[in-house]
Each structure stands twice: as C-alpha cells, then as structure tokens.
Ligand binder design. Structure first.
Ligand code: CTP
Length: 401
C-alpha cells in the first residue's frame, strides 16, 4: 500500500468541492494512511463533520477552543505526528490567509504552527474569476515561494455554471499527487523517455498482429519517474491504461511509428527505458481494404519485413541517453538476459522472470548490468518501478554504466 504508515491531516475549507474530500478520505485510507480531518466553519456548511468522522474513523475537529484534547492545544497536537497536511478543498479566502500567515481559526492556526519539516499541500477550488483574480494569483505565488505544494486546480465545468480554471482536482489525482509527494526526488531535473505497451501491425483496416503486453510495467515506470521529479515522455502502443499524472503521453500503433516518435524525441533525454513489447515484424503487403473470405478463395499470404530495433538504434547514438532495456523470455532468462544486454549495447537490462507477467499487477525482476545480477523479489509493479528508478538514478549519479 502506497501510503502505509503515513498519518495525514486533511483540512477542509468552504467550497462545493467538499464532497470530493469525502472520496479523497476514503482513497487515502485505502492506500494505507490514517486521516485526521479538520474543518473550518465554512466547510461544515458544505459537508458535515459527521460524514467526515464516519469516513475517517476519527473525531473531526472544527473549533480552536475544543476541550476534547487534554491540554487544549489542538492547534499544536494535531500535526505533531503527521507526515503531511493537505487542504482540500482550499478556498480563495484560505489561500489569502495562508499567504499572510494569519491564524484566526483551528485550521489556519494548525498551518502556521506546523513543524517546519511537515509538507503542506493545497488543492485550490473556486470560481474561475476568483482563481484568476490578481490577489489570488499573488497569494498563490507567495505560497509557492513559501514551499507550499499547490495541486491543480483543473479546468472544466464549475458548480456555478461557468467554465474554466478553478475546479478542484479529482480525488484519485490528488491521491497520486500525495503519494508522489512522499517519493524521494532522485531524478529531479532529468528527462526520461519511455516506451510502453504492445505495438499493432495492421493486416488490413480491421485486423492486425499484436501481443499480450498490457503496458502496466511501462506506465508504472513513467509514474515512478515522474514521482521522482523527472520530466517524462511516454510513447505508448495501444493500451487501456490512464496516463499517469504529469506525464506527457504520445500514442502510436506500429513499431515504425514508435521508432519515429522515439527518434524525434530522444535528443536531450537523460534516460531511455524501452519497456514496449515491440513487434519484430510488420506485414508489408497489408491490404487497404478488408480481406474477404469468399468461398473457395485462396488463404491470405502475408509477407513480413523486419521492424527497426528502437532500443539498439538509440543505444548506438553518439549522444545517447542512459539506456535501459527489458526482456521477456520464456526460458533461460539468465543466459538470454546477459546476451541481450550485450547485443543491444546497453548498460542495464531488466529481465522479467517468466513470460506470464503480461497483464498482471505484480512481477519479479532481475537486473543485469556490467558486473552484477540484482534480483527484485515478487512485488507490485508500481513498487518494482520505484526500486528500478532508484537503481537508475544511482547509476546516473555515479556514472557506473
Ligand atoms: N525493442 C525495441 N525495438 C524492437 C524490439 C525490441 O526497442 N524492434 C526493445 C524492447 O522494448 C525491449 C528490448 O528491446 O526493451 C528487448 O525486446 P525483446 O522483444 O525481448 O527482444 P528482441 O530484441 O525482440 O529479441 P527476441 O525477440 O529475439 O528475444
């Protein structure tokens, strides 16, 4: 669980997006966190403390003068064992208060009295004009300078009937952002290019050759690289997966398209991770019209040509990024893994143990570099992706390729 052992103080201020805070609370708890809810008086006009208490399983605090905390120091005690303080929704008024360091209610006092090391994240939620107002923008800039992490807002339909910037981010996106906030920024300032998913080689307009890759490992790596602070471009074959928050995704179908996009984006990248299960061959006599099976007609005769090897091409560039390949072998992984690393001319090759990993949420990996084999025992793909990003960042740092 991504937030196992984390204690989060979730503050709600007045805003119609308060209902999303209910879902966020559930999502944080499901990810393993404990959640202590604190609400401003205005927040209680939009969603009740009873609802938030039922969802968080903890007493909800709304009042600075609440006598239920033994020493009457709720404004100090509530954040002392917290790992993060999140304000969602965060109103224009509360942003103004934070920017000035005012503390005239429990939540604002908690923010000012929080330990200097406790991260403060805010998810603004307000009408478009309020968001664009010069004072709000000035206040937000001040908060960024103060080290507050501002999550969103998003653009879209607003409860007031207007459309534009100001919507609070959706709870699942906020959850991703909170998880990301806890990851070490080992790739800060780095650029990472990743291929993921299967490719699709057409036979005719409705048929094609593809494979069982789900794209999950590549997407998990894109997310982990982004969480680590990298600027991430994901070149993806057809998948049903959502784009990880903050990642730039480019969709392709064929191996040739993937090759072209990678080659046009590789300049200036620090790392290239080839996770895609690229089709080795394409059909050169693909039909422009759907092939028909009329009675007695001959079976289609497909002719194949070799697709370009994307990874080997990138690895041969004069100013190549740090290249990482993947290998899905059905047998003799250790032997084939080492040989593939040498053949591709890359510093690091990651082998999947067993070829039945396709589509699963967990995996078991072995890393081959110049000197060692490192085994990552079976774990969730997202966890393995974070471990792999750490390994890559260490190699970038030490230049041990
Ligand atoms: N790869 C690539 N372009 C290709 C084929 C493979 O970039 N045309 C990359 C994959 O993304 C992966 C690595 O090369 O990182 C190994 O892919 P794999 O299919 O296991 O190896 P192949 O080179 O195709 O060798 P074989 O099919 O013979 O095992």
């Amino acid at each position: 669980m991504d937030l196992a052992g984390k204690h989060i103080v979730l503050g709600l201020t007045g805003g119609i997006a308060g209902y999303k805070a209910a879902e966020l609370t559930r999502a944080l708890i499901k990810a393993g966190a404990t959640v202590q809810v604190v609400m401003t008086d205005a927040a209680t006009h939009f969603i009740t403390p009873v609802t938030m208490q039922a969802l968080s399983g903890k007493t909800v605090y709304t009042d600075q003068w609440d006598a239920r905390i033994a020493n009457n120091m709720a404004h100090i005690d509530l954040t002392r064992h917290a790992d993060a303080l999140i304000i969602a929704p965060c109103s224009a008024d509360f942003i103004a208060k934070l920017a000035q360091g005012r503390c005239d209610d429990l939540l604002s006092t908690l923010c000012v009295a929080r330990p200097a090391t406790l991260p403060l994240l805010i998810a603004p939620a307000m009408n478009i004009e309020m968001w664009q107002n010069a004072a709000t923008q000035r206040n937000v800039q001040q908060l960024v300078l103060d080290g507050v992490q501002v999550l969103g807002p998003d653009a879209g339909d607003q409860a007031c009937g207007e459309t534009g910037m100001g919507r609070m981010l959706e709870p699942m996106q906020l959850l991703d952002d909170v998880i990301a906030a806890f990851q070490p920024k080992v790739l800060l300032g780095k650029r990472v290019l990743i291929t993921a998913g299967p490719t699709f080689e057409p036979i005719d307009p409705v048929r094609g050759i593809t494979n069982l890759s789900s794209g999950k490992m590549g997407y998990a790596l894109a997310r982990a690289a982004r969480e680590a602070g990298a600027d991430v471009t994901l070149v993806s074959g057809p998948t049903a997966l959502a784009t990880p928050t903050g990642v730039q995704r480019i969709n392709v179908h064929t191996a040739q398209q993937m090759f072209d996009i990678v080659l046009s984006h590789v300049s200036g990248q620090d790392v290239f991770i080839a996770v895609a299960a690229v089709a080795d061959w394409r059909v050169v006599n693909a039909s422009e019209q759907k092939l028909k099976k009329s009675a007695g007609s001959a079976l289609p005769q497909l002719e194949f040509a070799l697709n370009p090897d994307i990874l080997a091409t990138v690895a041969a560039l004069p100013d190549k990024p740090y290249c990482v390949g993947f290998a899905a072998e059905s047998e003799q992984l250790l032997k084939h893994g080492k040989a593939k690393r040498d053949r591709k001319g890359i510093p690091l090759l990651v082998g999947n143990i067993g070829h039945t990993t396709f589509g699963k949420d967990d995996n078991e990996l072995v890393l081959f570099d110049a000197n060692t084999e490192i085994h990552f025992p079976r774990a969730a793909k997202q966890q393995l992706a974070r471990q792999l990003i750490t390994e890559i960042s260490e190699r970038l740092l030490t230049h041990i390729y």
